[in-house]
Ligand binder design. Structure first.
Ligand code: ADP
Length: 269
């Protein structure tokens, strides 16, 4: 098992607890049109507090991905509301919702969706480059994140030259580089073997915690509960159980600072 090692970390920024709470209120989601309607969410209430990590589990088809997408403002609920920092996400303009997803939220998917022709550092830097940051600063921050996640020396490799677990670490670095307040991950280890998957999930939960980001992760792996503060179980579009983690949370090492370009951080293997 890899462990992130605490190294000198000047001025690591964590998010203030402000009002960065994400919540679903009586959210339903129905796909299709009569007579072929599918009810994916049947009235979900859920609150994700700042810095909290929540694992969403449940059988296939129980509504996990749909809930994640509704929470992230990707899908509009059919009825009900999703609130972010006190604002109704459904009432925002498309432009505001897009900006929200770019600035406040980060995403990790099952297979990292890296751009195959770009080296790891450019894949990681993309969110900063796309939002107009200088190339040199973006790449420097990317290299810090890659070092922090155990990928020092692999900055110039393209996705095809990385293992599945390494590629997911690049995806995690990319999701965190712009300091999101909520990180969404949909079965981020679904394409990995179990051992690698556990390492990646542990990396993901620790890195999110180190930045102060809340984490919402859909997973089939019961072990993930050990690294999250809470597990929510779904069935037939409803939350049927919500339980705190049974084992203690491990304190995370400080992550690369969002507000300054600090000397490179490294991770022990
Ligand atoms: P899970 O992530 O738990 O596997 P999903 O949220 O993907 O569940 O799906 C919940 C239900 O909604 C399932 O019955 C699924 O078939 C259905 N569903 C999901 N996406 C669509 C879609 N785009 N169109 C129609 N039905 C969908």
């Amino acid at each position: 098992m890899r462990h992130l090692a605490r190294k000198h970390q000047p001025g690591a920024m964590t998010h203030s607890a402000r009002n960065d709470t994400l919540s679903a209120h009586d959210v339903t989601k129905t796909y299709g049109r009569p007579p072929a309607l599918t009810s994916a969410l049947a009235g979900v209430n859920l609150t994700i507090r700042p810095g909290e990590s929540v694992a969403i589990m449940g059988p296939s088809g129980s509504g996990k991905t749909t809930l994640l997408h509704c929470l992230a403002g990707v899908l509009p609920p059919t009825t009900g509301h999703v609130l972010w920092a006190g604002k109704d996400v459904g009432a925002m303009s498309d432009g505001d919702r897009t900006r929200l997803r770019r600035s406040d939220f980060g995403f990790v998917f099952q297979s990292g969706q890296l751009l195959p022709e770009l080296p790891a550092e450019e894949n990681t830097a993309l969110p900063m480059l796309l939002s107009g940051h200088a190339r040199a600063i973006s790449l420097q921050r990317a290299r810090q994140w890659l070092g922090y996640l155990g990928l020092a020396g692999m900055e110039h490799r393209r996705p095809g030259e990385l293992s599945g677990g390494q590629a997911q670490r690049v995806a995690i670095a990319r999701a965190l580089i712009a300091a999101p307040k909520v990180l969404f991950a949909d079965e981020p280890t679904g394409a990995l073997d179990q051992g690698t998957g556990h390492e990646v999930l542990q990396t993901l939960t620790h890195a999110a915690r180190a930045t102060g980001a809340a984490l919402v992760v859909v997973t089939h792996d019961p072990a993930v509960a050990a690294w999250c503060s809470r597990t929510v179980h779904m069935r037939d579009g409803r939350i049927v159980e919500s339980a705190p983690a049974t084992s203690g949370e491990v304190p995370a090492p400080a992550a690369p600072a969002a507000g300054s370009i600090a000397p490179s951080q490294e991770v022990a293997q």
